[in-house]
Design a protein around this ligand. Structure first.
Ligand SMILES: Nc1ncnc2c1ncn2[C@@H]1O[C@H](COP(=O)(O)OP(=O)(O)OP(=O)(O)O)[C@@H](O)[C@H]1O
Ligand SMILES: [Mg+2]
Length: 284
């Protein structure tokens, strides 16, 4: 059976949910992607949604650090050893799971056809989740872009600093040229207030529209709040560390807006498989 057919057949066997896949990205590093991914995951899981966070940051297993849990096996280890991918899944809570991509994960070009086939057939548990959140490292490489552009939406995290807006625009440009159909939404993090957040978004929106003709969606903003750093030090998500903090309260607004997110017709795994195969064929 062809891998696409396999993916389709497997999907029809599991209880299919409308899995929404969101790639949390940024141009510049250290703007708050991992905190957004983890706390959004926590907030959604508390609304009885099943969430999987995939940590695709090759540098460190940051998601696990923030959740105070560690993963022994990575997704890449499982692919190479032909172990069930579920072995790499860490259950932070019954509703919130995470998986670390592994240090070799950006070396997707090294994957053989068999590796890709194995990975895709093993990925079937994907569709058991309501939300799959991809936490990426700063900037996008061609390899991580396969994942980003297969998501239903990219959430670009920017801060009000001009350098962050510039680097954010660099991402939008990349997305425009390499994945024109990928909707890009923006979260302004570390804003002083709502007005500053909107001004930041407007600046990015204007350059995107003027130079690329691309419109962005404003997801919301998170204030600069000392709770975040305190929570990071305590290795707890800020949303659990202090539910009454400004930043948690703002996150609630963002979580609520998620219910309207459209899932694209073609599913994440099919899109990813197509992209990986294309890359593979190009390399050979
Ligand atoms: N809203 C906020 N208020 C205050 N501090 C924040 C906020 N968001 C992030 N920070 C600070 O920025 C640090 C970096 O955040 P985080 O690790 O989530 O960024 P990142 O984009 O994932 O970084 P990297 O690009 O290295 O993966 C946090 O440890 C925290 O100290
Ligand atoms: Mg990070």
């Amino acid at each position: 059976m062809m891998p696409e057919d396999q993916a389709r057949a497997l999907r029809s066997k599991v209880s299919v949910r409308q899995t929404k896949t969101i790639a949390i990205v940024s141009g510049k590093g250290g703007v708050g992607k991992t905190n957004v991914a983890v706390n959004l995951g926590v907030a959604l899981s508390l609304q009885a949604k099943k969430v999987l966070i995939i940590d695709l940051d090759i540098g460190m297993a940051n998601v696990g650090v923030l959740l105070g849990k560690s993963s022994k096996l990575s997704l890449m280890d499982c692919v190479k050893e032909r172990s069930p991918l579920s072995q790499a899944v860490v259950e932070a809570t019954p509703e919130l799971h995470f998986i670390h991509g592994g240090s070799g994960f950006t070396e997707l070009m090294d994957l053989t056809d068999h590796d890709v086939e194995f990975m895709m057939s093993e990925f079937r548990f994907f569709y058991e989740y309501d939300f799959v959140l991809l936490d990426l490292g700063a900037g996008a490489t061609h390899q991580t872009f396969d994942f980003i552009s297969s998501a239903d939406e990219a959430w670009l995290v920017v801060t009000p600093e001009p350098t962050s807006i510039m680097d954010g625009y660099a991402f939008v440009k990349l997305a425009h040229h390499h994945a024109n159909e990928l909707p890009v939404a923006v979260i302004v993090n570390r804003a002083t207030n709502g007005q500053e957040a909107l001004e930041t978004f407007d600046r990015l929106q204007q350059v995107s529209q003027n130079f690329l003709g691309k419109s962005l969606r404003f997801v919301g903003f998170l204030p600069d709040d000392p709770t975040v750093m305190k929570a990071v030090k305590a290795q707890r998500p800020f949303y659990l560390f202090d539910r009454t903090s400004d930043v948690s309260w703002r996150l609630d607004h963002i979580t609520t807006s998620l219910t309207g997110l459209q899932v694209q017709e073609q599913k994440f795994l099919d899109r990813l498989l197509n992209r990986l195969k294309k890359r593979h064929n190009r390399v050979r």
